[in-house]
Design a protein around this ligand. Structure first.
Ligand SMILES: [Zn+2]
Length: 97
């Protein structure tokens, strides 16, 4: 999971201020998206912290989605995000880029 992308070019800020429940490290409220199959995975900026500092292991299907994700600056990534969420959600998150 060292390859977990950050910052992703499609970022959203709607899940609130993020604070680690184990050590109180804080991060801003930015969340990132990875295309799934018919949905998007949304993860907070602190996910790498949980993995690296607290040995959190995300579900395998999330890890697979990260591994299979197109490069985050590519048009293929944006298209994959678009194809795996509703048009309204895509317009909303794309507008915040
Ligand atoms: Zn922590």
């Amino acid at each position: 999971m060292q390859q977990l992308p950050r910052p992703a070019p499609v970022a959203i800020a709607f899940l609130g201020i993020d604070e680690c429940t184990l050590c109180q490290k804080t991060a801003n409220d930015t969340s990132f998206v990875i295309p799934g199959h018919g949905f998007l995975y949304v993860y907070p900026e602190l996910l790498l912290h949980y993995i690296n500092k607290h040995n959190y292991a995300p579900p395998q299907e999330f890890c697979d989605a990260v591994q299979n994700c197109p490069p985050l600056t590519s048009p293929e990534y944006v298209e994959a995000v678009k194809q795996n969420c509703s048009p309204g959600i895509f317009r909303s998150i794309h507008r915040n880029r």
